[in-house]
Ligand binder design. Structure first.
Ligand code: HDE
Length: 723
């Protein structure tokens, strides 16, 4: 985050420290809802067709534009009589309502999108002819949609799940969709297994549950019978699947793609998105509670961040390599269950993605956006990765079902921003058809568009030959080596989280054989991990390790890039401090704390017994953002407890205040506390440790502040978990 962005955010936030100076209520708000005046512009294409009732208020009309006189009562025969079929306004209104829903995405149904731009740091003309990478600093508009995979549209944001990270670049040479995930590998190697994988992951078909979770028999049955999924299984049981925010997660194109330059020379490329604010996840117990406290935690976070001028940013990273590298790499670069470690092929940062505009309408944009892996532009091409090849079929097909016809590119969020011209016509909801007599080419009138062999997209002329057969390349068969490398690349707390996640999920599996079969795979990945999970499950005996189809490469060097903790930001920027206040809280201390935290580029949110606010010890009345039972500590990255003595006595009798403290403690958060809050800590069972900081009336908050950059006090975890 640049200093400039920080200060604009601070201004937009009307920070707590500022509030106290001006004694004004908080204006830390997301963008204002549309006013009636805005609606006129949105609906009436400038308002010209609206009749104005009084002053600036537009007249309500039917969809046909007929002014409506009464929108409160349907047309009846007599005061207490039946409703008449003649009431076309009523019928149109209900008809439209009845058809408001479209099928949700079969996967990635729950998502949240935003607009922004991509800007390259340098010209990449030596490696790709793609127009968006030609000129340093030139902006290309983008739309990004983040998503969970398994849950339905209304499921909770903090499900343990892979996150989609789909980017549509509206380039001058057409739309390029980079439809990625926040994990660089996938469960399966061949698209033909996708329906099985997704069936197994989603609700079991007879009972229709569990929703948005993999902790059930069918999922682990499928995984345990599909060794190719083991690497991904390790990734999904890591904290990658419980990100703190979309803003703090990486993105990956997963497959190996091809860049092709103007001379036709090809380079293999893997795409990475690196968040400017570093990586951060929550802990599992926190995720479970966040889903109850705020099922919209991630979408709210993105909405609030953009609304307050704190624009999320990622750098685009490229791993570039050639055929020679591909030939000597011990895995197949066409196998989407494998990474190329960053330590082997460094990630070259070539540009930045900034999200700076929320959607005007969720349905029109986030719901109707249609990403398609086959949307590539000249200079970018596919490889033969069998997963990518299968996806290239699936994404077009699925849009027809979801959006109801072939004209979904006419929907503004899907339409190219560059000029386009073709002879596709008619069909459901056609918004622009060819004009004039000619709707074909070639034609003898010299009318309409023609192909351009120079500018047009040319497929990379890769030589292909072989026997038609259903089979996989030999190197695809190594399923354990990289799983082991991933596990060994984690810090100790992260390894513990992976072990705990396996124990949690497999404890929900009812069939003992499936539990044991999964443990057998884990023993092959790492003996100690397998034994710990076996012990956590209380298996009667440790099973025999699974036999790998190819000998495992046990000594792959650990890759520090795979750890979240090692790639944390060492800063509290973009995070949120929850401050528990009561009547009589020290104004001086609160102000000092808020000022220091906001200077870091972080937010402060006040939690109080009543949302109306509290009266500080200097008589200032300050509003709260949350009432204590609606603002549990899981919503914050760290907390400060600043009740007065009387306030503390009150909070000690309040279960939700005790939970606030106990959860922050159990989730290894840094805690600052005024001396007056000590009895509440004791009552909540939070013993003093290196992650807790007494901050006095003097307002000395320095040591607390410097600790916050670590985000969590991981040493505490061992002390709070005995099982
Ligand atoms: Fe997708 N995937 N997928 N997927 N996927 C869809 O397309 C599919 C895969 C990803 O925000 C669907 O429009 C197949 C990998 C994202 O709108 C569908 C296979 C990766 C999104 C589909 C995969 C992804 C989707 C459902 C196996 C990461 C959400 C709705 C070969 C690189 C895009 C839709 C959005 C969505 C098919 C595997 C990412 C059915 C057949 C690997 C981020 O077409």
């Amino acid at each position: 985050m640049t200093k400039r962005a920080c200060s604009s955010r601070r201004a937009a936030h009307a920070a707590v420290s500022h509030i106290m100076e001006t004694r004004m209520p908080s204006t830390s708000q997301p963008p204002k809802p549309a006013t009636i005046a805005d609606l006129k512009i949105q609906r009436g294409e400038g308002g010209e067709t609206h009749q104005i009732a009084e002053g600036d208020t537009p007249v309500l009309t039917t969809a046909q534009g007929t002014p409506v006189a009464d929108d409160q009562n349907s047309l009846k025969a007599g005061l207490r009589g039946p409703t008449l079929i003649e009431d076309s306004h009523f019928r149109e209104k209900i008809f439209h309502f009845d058809h408001e829903r479209i099928p949700e995405r079969v996967v990635h149904a729950r998502g949240y999108g935003a607009h922004g731009f991509f800007e390259p740091y340098e010209s990449l003309s030596d490696i790709t002819a793609a127009d968006l990478f030609q000129r340093a600093g030139e902006k290309t508009e983008v739309f990004v949609r983040f998503s969970t995979v398994a849950g339905n549209k209304g499921s909770a944001d903090l499900a343990r799940d892979v996150r989609g990270f789909a980017v549509k670049f509206y380039t001058k040479e057409g739309n390029w969709d980079l439809v990625g995930n926040n994990i660089p590998v996938f469960f399966i190697q061949d698209a033909i297994k996708f329906p099985d994988l997704i069936h197994a992951a989603k609700q079991e078909p007879d009972r229709g549950f569990p929703q948005a979770q993999t902790a059930h028999d069918n999922f682990w049955d499928f995984i345990s019978l599909s060794p190719e999924s083991i690497n991904m299984a390790l990734w999904i049981m890591s904290d990658r699947t419980i990100p703190r925010s979309f803003r703090f997660m990486e993105g990956f194109g997963v497959h190996t793609f091809r860049f092709v330059n103007a001379e036709g020379k090809a380079t293999f490329v893997k795409f990475h998105w690196k968040p400017k604010l570093g990586l951060q996840s929550v802990v599992w117990n926190e995720a479970v509670k966040t889903n109850g406290a705020d099922p919209d935690f991630h979408r709210r976070d993105l909405w609030d961040a953009i609304g307050s001028g704190d624009f999320p940013e990622w750098e685009l990273g490229l791993q570039l390599f050639d055929e020679d590298f591909a030939d000597q790499f011990p895995f197949d670069v066409l196998d989407a269950t494998k990474i190329i470690p960053e330590e082997m092929v460094p990630v070259r940062k070539v540009g930045r993605l900034v999200l700076d505009r929320v959607v005007d309408n969720f349905f029109a944009e986030t719901e109707q956006v249609a990403f398609m892996t086959q949307n590539v532009v000249p200079g970018i091409d596919f490889t033969n990765d069998p997963l990518l090849q299968g996806r290239n079929f699936s994404y077009l097909d699925t849009q027809l079902k979801r959006l109801g016809g072939p004209n979904f590119t006419h929907i503004p969020v899907n339409a190219p921003r560059c000029p386009f011209a073709h002879f596709q016509q008619d069909g459901h909801m056609a918004m622009h058809n060819p004009k004039g007599r000619v709707n074909y080419e070639p034609n003898s009138f010299g009318l309409g568009p023609r192909e351009d062999p120079k500018r047009g997209f040319k497929t990379y002329p890769e030589e292909v030959s072989g026997t038609k057969r259903r089979a996989r390349a030999e190197l695809f068969a190594d399923h354990y080596s990289q799983a082991r490398q991933f596990y060994l690349s984690q810090t100790e707390p992260e390894q513990t989280h992976i072990k705990d996640a396996f124990v949690f999920e497999l404890s929900k599996v009812e069939t003992p054989e499936i539990r044991a079969r999964m443990v057998a795979h884990l023993l092959t990945v790492d003996q100690a991990l397998g034994e710990k999970v076996a012990d956590g499950l209380g298996l009667p005996s440790v099973p025999k390790p699974a036999t790998p189809a190819r000998p495992i490469i046990a000594d792959l060097p650990p890759s520090p890039a795979l750890s979240i903790i090692k790639n944390g930001p060492k800063s509290f920027e973009g995070r949120k401090l929850g401050v528990l206040v009561t009547d009589g809280t020290s104004a001086k201390l609160l102000k000092a704390l808020a000022k220091a935290v906001e200077a870091e580029g972080a937010m402060v949110e006040l939690v109080a017994p009543k949302v109306g606010g509290v009266k500080l010890d200097d008589g200032t009345i300050i509003p709260a953002k949350q009432k204590i039972n609606g603002g549990p500590s899981v919503l914050y990255d760290a907390v400060a407890l600043l009740p007065s003595e009387d306030g503390c006595a009150l909070l000690m009798k309040e279960a939700t205040a005790r939970d606030f403290v106990a959860d922050a403690f159990a989730h290894a958060k840094f805690i600052a506390f005024a001396p007056s809050a000590k009895p509440l800590l004791d009552k909540a069972g939070a013993q003093l440790d290196g992650g807790m900081f007494e901050i006095g009336a003097s307002g000395d908050v320095k040591s607390f502040l410097s600790a916050l950059g670590e985000l969590r006090f991981w040493e505490r975890e061992k002390a709070v978990h005995a099982v």
